[in-house]
Design a protein around this ligand. Structure first.
Ligand code: PLP
Length: 390
């Protein structure tokens, strides 16, 4: 029995991260200072984006992206049912209408074949889909080439909810996210690859979208002389849109900067952990290990292990109880969003609507995946699973 506690994900913070934060705490700027712009610049360089705006969390990033892309009541926006609530909720924040397309059986990302069918159906009804929010689930990139083709053919905006996948590669391209999508969303929650405590970012190559997002982050205010209707003096500002306070602090950005330098090392360790689990579970018929497409390098935010509960005695909820006794706290990613009472009641989605995501939900457990797990930890975790899953 291990006396350590194993959650499915957690932050990796070292003394250099702490020093970076302390330095800002001793400075004149706790918020709206130089570290915000420095973190944005570093994100642009790391991910090949022209523009980045850092905000208070990934959900705020999604919200502002939806507003900046001008989603309106009556617009249809499609996403995957296999995601965190926030990807879909952003559609509702803008007053638009959400719809879902089921996941691909192998990659668990949005199925481009089913998306094509849905787009053709909407087209027949004379409805233009406004946008698609695709999610690089668990760290496996979507089929971005096909998504871009469909976006160009049908004229919808393409959002990459990339919260799970910084450090992933698609067709040997580290900077694929901004290349294919109009807008890219990141989260810096502690379970993610790099953290600022709470935090998020919007990356884009679109100057206009970036400008609007930067304004909306601070109450919709602007001091930009080119945008002002008049100018009473150096203090003068105008509000042009209804914005929010979605700012992130400088000490958080200092942490983000320090963490960003470690991203590739973190992803390397995550891949080693995945290889270890693949070897432990891959040959056991009770498990399905995560698939990795040949043109992809997975970033492994999660290690979504599927268990064929239909073939074994132990039930999923019982397994969770037994894991807890062994100090292993799994999680399930995700309860398909369309099955949430709010979505069922408000929009009429039903069980059976997106069967691949629903089947995946029945089988999936996210097992511990974070860089500080040692080989001994991994052996312990794998052996507990192999022992219980029968
Ligand atoms: C796919 C996805 N999108 C959006 C979010 C929202 O990010 P945050 O928790 O930073 O608001 C998350 C966070 O869990 C996520 O996993």
């Amino acid at each position: 029995m291990s006396n350590k506690i194993y959650s499915y994900g957690k932050q990796t913070i070292d003394s250099s991260d702490i020093e970076a934060v302390v330095e800002v705490l001793k400075s004149d700027w706790l918020t709206q200072g130089p570290d915000v712009a420095a973190f944005e610049q570093a994100l642009c360089e790391k991910f090949g984006a022209k523009y980045a705006t850092v905000v208070s969390n990934g959900t705020a990033a999604l919200h502002l992206a939806a507003l900046a892309m001008d989603w309106q009541p009556g617009d249809v926006v499609i996403t995957t049912p296999l995601t965190f609530l926030a990807s879909a909720n952003s559609i509702l924040y803008a007053g638009a209408t959400p719809d879902f397309v089921d996941i691909d059986k192998k990659t668990y990302t949005i199925s481009t074949a089913l998306l094509k069918e849905k787009l053709a159906q909407y087209n027949k009804e004379g409805i233009n889909v406004k946008a698609v929010v695709a999610v690089d689930y668990a760290g496996h990139p979507c089929d971005w080439q096909k998504l871009r083709e469909l976006a160009d053919e049908y004229g919808f905006q393409l959002v990459n909810d990339n919260c799970h996948a910084p450090g992933a590669e698609y067709n040997n391209d580290y900077n694929y996210a901004v290349k294919y999508a109009d807008v890219v969303i990141q989260s810096f929650h502690p379970v993610k690859h790099i953290t600022t405590g709470e935090g998020g970012a919007v990356l884009t190559n679109n100057k206009n979208i970036d400008k609007i997002i930067k304004t909306l982050r601070t109450h919709g205010m602007t001091k930009d002389p080119d945008l002002l209707e008049k100018n009473d003096g150096p203090w003068y500002y105008e509000m042009h849109r209804l914005g929010y306070n979605y700012r992130i602090t400088d000490f958080q950005c200092a942490l983000g900067l320090s963490q960003l330098g470690k991203l590739d090392g973190f992803v390397k360790r995550r891949r080693e952990i995945a290889l270890f689990y693949d070897e432990k579970f891959g040959s056991n018929e009770n498990f399905i290990i995560p698939h990795v497409s040949v043109n992809v390098k997975h970033a492994y935010h999660l290690y979504p292990l599927q268990i064929k509960f239909e073939n074994i005695i132990i039930k999923k909820s019982e397994l969770f109880g037994k894991l807890k006794e062994k100090n292993i706290y799994g999680q399930v990613h995700y309860i398909p969003v369309h099955l949430q009472p709010y979505y069922r009641k408000k929009f009429g989605f039903e069980k059976g609507g997106f069967p691949v995501a629903e089947k995946f939900y029945e089988r999936e457990i996210s097992i511990p995946m974070y860089p500080s797990l040692t080989d001994a930890d991994l052996n312990y975790i794998a052996n507990v699973f192999l022992d219980l899953v029968k």
